[in-house]
Design a protein around this ligand. Structure first.
Ligand code: C5P
Length: 423
């Protein structure tokens, strides 16, 4: 059964950064930058106190989003109201968190935007208290912090050191780089826990094209190629084993459908493209094009069987659509994986196709090698990633296609999580 839950990767995680009144608010401006650098979407909420230290405009410019300051501003509520903001957040990070804010949270007050948001969100809440060391040590502050910890809030402990007020002691907000790293690591751990429990591609819908296409000449003849579909079928099985929902769009092949996989049979390239486009409407996260699509189809398919006549027969061919490139060219596109089978200059041609077809990843093999490729049960591949992933190319040593498929699933998973540094 397909387990449906959100497993979006770090680039699509939403952070509501709440800035409260305190001199450390200036550090929050840099924190927004660091969070954006790590790929997060950031929306900033400011309390009235915060606005005495730094302007909303600064945060608007840095976050690229309007800043939320009021609870009952009809204009703001018409855009993203406090309840929507509460739902939007994958994490509510309060930095710096003032004594007053901690007290409000602990008491359950709801008299401004931030305190209301705190009560309304289901997301984890992190607070980074920053205050004078005496205020930090005050019994009421410590009591409130204990209450918050009991309520499930994560408290980022302040650093010790010299303070803006001239005191020395505990109460400094950690540096923005450190906070951003802690947040990134948190999402990475959460992601890894889900992957370990449900599989590397849990929650994803993967569409795989496989096999050859068949381009009719007349009702009894066609143009095709030697593709057996083994690699695509092995990948469909590996994606399903990794927790994905899998749709396999298969050209004519004589292979059994892998367990748990939805198989849709097609014959021609045009049919394969039509179904692939339908999958985009259904919602597709990863598109893997293993099909050996015929480059050309017959311009005019004869209605009746062509009769033998003369020594020559000319059939005019026209170009087929490039399925993978068409899908990659869509505005809302899945993660795109292509394949390249070459007989020479393998790496050079594959890297060229990666760019030309706007793919995220390409796996290529040398089909001139007799021991791997088309009909073989084994394969060896080199994987290239698009430039933005900053991942090294990978050599997948000769192995059964099932094993290669498993390694490709790992490569896809790694690329999807490229922004996160391993913890
Ligand atoms: O250009 P070439 O056929 O070598 O590209 C191979 C890659 O492009 C494979 O991933 C293949 O499935 C895909 N492709 C496609 N539609 C085509 C031709 C190739 O999706 N018409």
């Amino acid at each position: 059964m397909f387990v449906s839950f959100d497993l979006s990767v770090i680039p699509n995680k939403n952070i509501v950064l709440a800035v409260t009144g305190g001199i450390a608010a200036y550090k929050s401006a840099i924190l927004v930058r660091r969070l954006k650098d790590a790929g997060f979407n950031v929306r900033v909420v400011m309390t009235e106190g915060a606005q005495a230290f730094i302007t909303p405009l600064t945060f608007q410019a840095l976050s690229g989003n309007p800043v939320h300051t009021e609870l009952l501003n009809p204009e703001a509520e018409a855009g993203m109201g406090h309840i929507e903001l509460a739902r939007w957040a994958d994490l509510l990070l309060v930095a710096p968190a003032s004594c007053d804010t901690l007290a409000k949270f602990a008491a359950g007050l709801a008299d401004d935007l931030l305190s209301t948001l705190y009560l309304a969100t289901k997301s984890p809440v992190w607070v980074a208290p920053a205050m004078n060391q005496q205020m930090w040590a005050a019994k009421a502050t410590q009591r409130n912090l204990n209450t918050l910890v009991e309520d499930g809030v994560h408290v980022i402990m302040p650093d010790a050191g010299s303070q803006a007020c001239g005191d020395v002691g505990l109460g400094r907000m950690p540096e923005p780089e450190d906070l951003a790293l802690q947040v990134t690591q948190y999402f990475h751990r959460a992601q890894r826990a889900i992957a370990e429990k449900f599989g590397l591609l849990a929650g994803k819908h993967v569409v795989v094209t496989a096999g050859p296409t068949r381009e009719a000449i007349d009702p009894v003849r066609y143009i095709s190629n030697h593709s057996t579909g083994k690699m695509g079928f092995a990948l469909a099985a590996a994606c399903y084993a990794a927790g994905a929902k899998v749709t396999l769009i298969a050209g004519p092949v004589s292979l059994d459908t892998p367990n748990g996989v939805r198989r849709l049979n097609v014959s021609s390239a045009v049919q394969m493209l039509d179904l692939s486009m339908q999958m985009l409407d259904e919602g597709c996260d990863i598109f893997i094009a293993t099909a050996a699509v015929a480059d050309y189809r017959v311009a005019e398919v004869a209605e009746h069987k062509i009769k033998k006549a003369g020594d020559e027969l000319n059939v005019s061919l026209i170009k087929n659509p490039d399925i993978v490139a068409t899908i990659a060219g869509q505005q809302k596109r899945p993660f795109m994986v292509g394949f390249a089978a070459e007989t020479r200059n393998v790496e050079e041609y594959a890297a060229g196709k990666l760019v030309a077809k706007k793919l995220d990843m390409i796996a290529c093999n040398d089909v001139s090698r007799a021991d791997i490729g088309f009909a073989s049960d084994e394969n060896a591949m080199i994987v290239f990633f698009a430039e933005q992933y900053q991942l090294q190319k990978r050599d997948l040593e000769k192995a059964p296609k099932q094993e290669i498929a498993q390694q490709l699933v790992e490569a896809i998973h790694d690329a999807l999580h490229h922004e996160i540094e391993p913890v």
